[in-house]
Structures are given as C-alpha cells and as structure tokens.
Design a protein around this ligand. Structure first.
Ligand code: ADP
Ligand code: MG
Length: 340
C-alpha cells in the first residue's frame, strides 16, 4: 500500500508565484528521485496551502515514471503510531527494516514529531540509511526547520541538508485559476463575477477557497442551479466568520470541564487528583495550541499557575499522546469540540 492518491497530481496543481520554487523542485525530484541535491526536499507552509497535494503529486509522478520503485506516503502521525505499535508488539526491527527498503519516502507533517524523542530517534536512523543509499526523502511541515521546536538538533540538521521550499498564500490570479480548474473538473460553469468575488475575499487558504466553491455548487443546486452573487456573499461571509472565531482560554476551560463532567472551579483548584490534574493540563495544552497567549498568561488564567507549570503540562500531554491511546482519544474529541 503506497497510500498515494492519484487525484493529487501535478496537472491539478496550479502553478503560481506562491508555489513556483516548491513546484519546480518537486518536478526535479520526480524526474530524478535521489539524484538531485534536493534531498530531502522539505515543503513547508501554513494550513491548506497545498503541502499534502504537492508531496503526493511528486510520489504519484515518480510511481508513473519508475513503476518498479517503491514509493510510500505516510503522515508523521501514522508513522509515530506504527512505531509505538512496533515497540508494543516487539517488532521494532521489522518496522525499521520495512522503512529502510523504500526507494522514495514521503513523510507528511513532520512537525508532529515535536517532543517525541523515541520516534525522532528511529526516524533519524531510517533517514540516514535511505540518504546514504541514494534514496529520496520528501518531507512537509507547517514551519521552516529554523522555527521547529522540540526536534532534536541532529534531525533538524538533516532536514536542512537538501532544499526547504515554502508554500505561501496564492495571489489573486492563482486563486482564480485554482477555482476555474476545479469548476472545469466538476463540469460546472459559474459567472466570472462570482468566481472573482470568491477569489477576492478568500485569500489565505486554498482549502477554504475550494470549500466555498463546493458549498456554492451544493446550495445552488437546491436553488434551481442559479449561481447568484447574493448566495455567494452569504457563503463567503460564513466562511470568513468561522475562521476569525478565535477560541478563548475561558472557552477552552469550559469545554474541557464539561467534557470531563466537572466545574471550571474544580479544574482550576489545587487538587492533585489524577483526573483533575489531567483536565487542567489539557486546558493548558489547548490554550498554548489554540490561542496566542503567553505561557505566563495561560498559567494565570488557569488557577494562578506559573509559566513553568504550563510548560510542564504541555510536555506531559505530548508524552501521553505518544504512549496512551485512551488519552489520545480524549485529545481528539476535545479538538473536535473546540474547532466546530
Ligand atoms: P496542506 O497539506 O498544506 O494543509 P493540502 O495539500 O491539503 O494543504 O491542500 C488543500 C486543498 O487545496 C487540497 O484540496 C488541494 O488539492 C488544494 N490546493 C492547494 N494548492 C493548490 C494548487 N496550487 N492548485 C490546485 N489545488 C490546490
Ligand atoms: Mg496536509
């Protein structure tokens, strides 16, 4: 199972100033996997800017040109899970061996390895083996290597060996082309005025751009297939509002207290009862992740703790995420509650 998705192709990836370097490096790598100085090729940038699409497109194109090579796409999260399972099942060597046999390894969202020392260690060894044997590694991340946190120095230095190429928000013309390309593929025709309205108002995230278009097509088909500017404005407004909604530390504490069936005052109290400590630590962790507040400010709003306590809480949660499946489920469920 290569986990490649043929829908993510270079043909469907619209070129623009915002992705020119990353795209052409990706093409170079797919022409000569392992044979360029772009090894690893690291594609980084914010949410919904095409990292997964481009990384997949590289894999799909390599598989097309070199069918005999093994290409594997995997998210860093899934890689971590497999590694943990291999430890539990006493199959760590098989796990390593499997990855060392691959010709082209694509690991998506490597920022997920932050703070996970064991997984970083095993990835370091796999990376070295592949690199020494002229195999191609492609990575994506939400940040440039210099800005990555809690990744071991030796691994960071490997990340910097090849080329780091950034994806930024596409400019207006590219946004219009992306919309038109998608319309063409879906076989719908929408007036220019409306396409341009969407492209003018949704600026930072290609996934949202597509989201608005999908909503519009769906809603217009209820309303007898009329693409009106009025309907478009309603949909765009809703998208813009949703993304601006920043969660507050108060809101995070409320959601987590409710989830664990306790009061906010209990969550903030000094008690050391395990489940309450865990709820408190989760509130700190989500506040760090989802707000711009400093550690000190988070601590003071969650039961007057200091910044070191918050930092410790975040590390504890990261560790538990790596080792405790039940805990990981809590975090996923809370994430859903906080984001929808
Ligand atoms: P990321 O992994 O950076 O969060 P994705 O690769 O999932 O982003 O892209 C989000 C959506 O936007 C996908 O549906 C993808 O196909 C689309 N997309 C992103 N960039 C482009 C582009 N340049 N051309 C066409 N579609 C794009
Ligand atoms: Mg992605």
């Amino acid at each position: 199972e290569s986990q490649l998705n043929p829908n993510y192709s270079f043909d469907n990836f619209i070129e623009g100033e915002s992705n020119r370097l990353a795209r052409s490096a990706g093409l170079a790598v797919s022409n000569k996997p392992g044979g360029t100085s772009f090894n690893p090729l690291l594609i980084y940038g914010g949410v919904g800017l095409g990292k997964t699409h481009l990384a997949q497109a590289i894999g799909v194109r390599i598989k097309d040109k070199y069918p005999e090579r093994t290409v594997l796409y995997i998210s860093a999260e899934k890689f971590t899970q497999q590694f943990i399972d291999s430890i539990k099942g006493n199959t760590r060597n098989d796990f390593i061996h499997f990855y060392q046999m691959i010709d082209v390894l694509i690991v998506d969202d490597v920022q997920f390895l932050s703070g996970k020392a064991g997984t970083q260690d095993v990835f370091f060894h796999i990376f070295n083996h592949l690199h020494q044997n002229g195999k191609q590694v492609i990575l994506t991340s939400d940040k440039a290597p210099v800005d990555m946190q809690d990744i071991e120095q030796r691994l960071l230095s490997r990340f910097k060996w090849g080329l780091s190429a950034e994806l930024v928000s596409p400019e207006f013309e590219t946004r219009v082309s992306i919309l038109k390309n998608k319309m063409f593929r879906d076989g719908v025709d929408i007036p220019d005025e409306i396409v341009e309205y969407i492209a003018k108002n949704i600026k930072t995230n290609v996934r949202e751009l597509e989201g608005v278009l999908i909503s519009l097509i769906a809603q217009a088909s209820f309303n007898h297939k009329e693409f009106t500017l009025q309907l478009t404005k309603q949909i765009v407004d809703k998208f813009v509002k949703n993304t601006k909604k920043e969660v507050s530390i108060d809101y995070i504490q409320k959601v987590i207290s409710k989830y664990f069936e306790m009061d906010v005052t209990t969550l903030q109290s000094k008690t050391r009862k395990r489940h309450i400590v865990q709820a408190r630590q989760l509130a700190m962790y989500f506040s760090k992740r989802m707000t711009k507040a400093s550690l000190a400010s988070i601590g003071s709003q969650i039961g007057s703790r200091d910044h070191a306590t918050v930092l410790h809480a975040c590390k504890t949660v990261d560790n538990l995420l790596e080792t405790d499946k039940q805990f990981k489920k809590y975090v996923e469920e809370i994430t859903k509650k906080l984001t929808f």
